[in-house]
Ligand binder design. Structure first.
Ligand SMILES: CC[C@H](C(=O)O)C(=O)SCCNC(=O)CCNC(=O)[C@H](O)C(C)(C)COP(=O)(O)OP(=O)(O)OC[C@H]1O[C@@H](n2cnc3c(N)ncnc32)[C@H](O)[C@@H]1OP(=O)(O)O
Length: 307
C-alpha cells in the first residue's frame, strides 16, 4: 500500500506522522481543507504546460528538473500539482539519500507562470494556491521527516526569480553557477513571497539580509550569495559538467550510514524549526536511534581516530 496518495495527502500526514516530530504543526487536517486542496488542484490542472521530471538514480541521488524552457521554467498550474506528486514519490523512495533540484536548459525557474497567475488573480484562488505550494515545499524541505535521510541541493544556473527563488529555499543547500542570479522579485510584482520563501529565507540569511533582499529586490549573484549564506558554493561555468560537479559536492553529505544521516538531518531541522524544549526532546530520540547502532559499534570496534 502506498504511503501517500496525491489526492489525499492529509491522510498521508496522519499515517506518516508517527515518526515525524512536526505532527503537532500540521495545519491541513480538516475535511474542509482537504476539499479546498482538491478544488485548487483541479483549478491548477486547467493551466497545463511543462513538467516536473524526476530521475531516481542507483546512486541514491535523484535529480528533479523544473522543465518548461519556453517560459524560462515558469511553474504552470499542472507543474504545481506535478511537484506535489514528485515530492510524494520521494517520500516513498526508500533508497533515497540525496536530491538535486534544477531547471531545464541552463536556467533555474522564473516563478509562477504569469498566464496562470493572471487567470487566478482573485484573492480566494491566490490563497488556495499559496497554501498548496507552501505545503508542498514544506514537505520537500522536510523529506527526512518521512524516515528518509534525503539531503537536498538546488543547483541554480541562470535565473531563479520570484517563486523560483522561493523554491531554492526549500532545499537544504544552494549551489550557484558563476552566471546565476537569485532574485526575490515579489515587491516589483506588488507581492510578497507566499510559498513559504520569506520564512525560510529569514532562517537562512537572517532577518536583516532577508529584508534587504525582499524590500530592496536585490539581485543575489554567487559572491553576494556566498557572503550572506544563501549560496553554499559556486560552480564555475565551463569547468566540467555542472550536474556531475553538484552530485560530487552533495555526495560528501550523503555518503555513510543512512540512519546516521537521517538522524543528523532530523536534529538540524528540529533545532531550526522547533522550540528549544521540543528540539532537545527530538535530539534525545534521534540520539537513541543511533547509539549502539551498527555504525556506532563499527566505529568503536575500529577504534576510529579523527586525525
Ligand atoms: C512574485 C511571486 C510569484 C508568485 O508567487 O506567484 C511569481 O513567481 S510571479 C512570476 C515572477 N517572475 C517574473 O515576473 C518573470 C518575468 N520574466 C522576466 O523577467 C524575463 O522573461 C526573464 C528575466 C525570466 C527572462 O528574460 P529573457 O530576456 O532571457 O527571456 P524572455 O523575456 O524573452 O523570456 C522567454 C520567454 O519566457 C517567458 N517567460 C519568462 N518568465 C515567465 C513567467 N514567469 N511566466 C510566463 N512566461 C514567462 C517570456 O514571456 C518569453 O516568452 P515569449 O512567448 O517569447 O514572449
Amino acid at each position: 500500500m502506498a504511503l501517500c496518495s496525491v489526492g489525499r495527502p492529509l491522510l498521508l500526514n496522519t499515517r506518516n506522522s508517527l515518526g515525524c516530530f512536526f505532527k503537532q504543526k500540521q495545519t491541513f487536517c480538516s475535511k474542509a481543507n482537504e476539499s479546498q486542496e482538491e478544488e485548487i488542484r483541479k483549478k491548477l490542472q486547467l493551466f497545463p504546460g511543462g513538467s516536473i521530471d524526476l530521475q531516481k538514480q542507483e546512486s541514491g541521488i535523484a535529480v528533479m528538473t523544473v522543465n518548461n524552457p519556453a517560459r524560462m521554467n515558469a511553474f504552470s498550474g499542472s507543474m504545481m500539482t506535478e511537484l506535489e506528486e514528485r515530492v510524494c514519490e520521494l517520500e516513498n523512495w526508500t533508497e533515497g539519500k540525496g536530491l538535486i533540484v534544477r531547471g531545464a536548459a541552463g536556467t533555474f525557474c522564473s516563478g509562477s507562470d504569469l498566464n496562470a497567475v493572471r487567470a487566478i488573480s482573485n484573492p480566494q484562488d491566490g490563497m488556495k494556491m499559496c497554501m498548496f505550494m507552501q505545503k508542498t515545499l514544506t514537505r520537500l524541505l522536510r523529506l527526512a521527516c518521512y524516515r528518509l535521510p534525503l539531503i537536498s541541493v538546488a543547483l541554480v544556473e541562470g535565473k531563479a526569480l520570484g517563486g523560483g527563488a522561493e523554491l531554492t529555499t526549500a532545499c537544504d543547500f544552494r549551489l550557484m553557477t558563476s552566471d546565476a542570479v537569485i532574485q526575490f522579485v515579489h515587491k516589483h510584482m506588488g507581492l510578497v513571497p507566499g510559498w513559504g520563501g520569506a520564512a525560510r529565507l529569514v532562517r537562512i540569511v537572517g532577518s536583516q539580509n532577508a529584508l534587504k533582499l525582499l524590500a530592496g529586490v536585490k539581485k543575489v549573484d554567487p559572491d553576494f550569495g556566498n557572503e550572506i549564506g544563501l549560496a553554499d558554493g559556486i560552480l564555475k561555468v565551463g569547468e566540467g559538467d555542472t550536474l556531475v560537479n553538484t552530485e560530487r559536492w552533495l555526495s560528501q553529505f550523503t555518503k555513510g550510514s543512512a540512519p546516521v544521516i537521517r538522524a543528523v538531518k532530523k536534529v538540524v531541522l528540529s533545532g531550526r524549526e522547533l522550540a528549544l524544549d521540543e528540539a532537545l526532546t527530538t535530539e534525545r530520540h534521534a540520539f537513541g536511534t543511533v547509539w549502539g547502532g551498527p555504525a556506532n559499534l563499527e566505529a568503536l570496534a575500529l577504534k576510529t581516530k579523527h586525525k
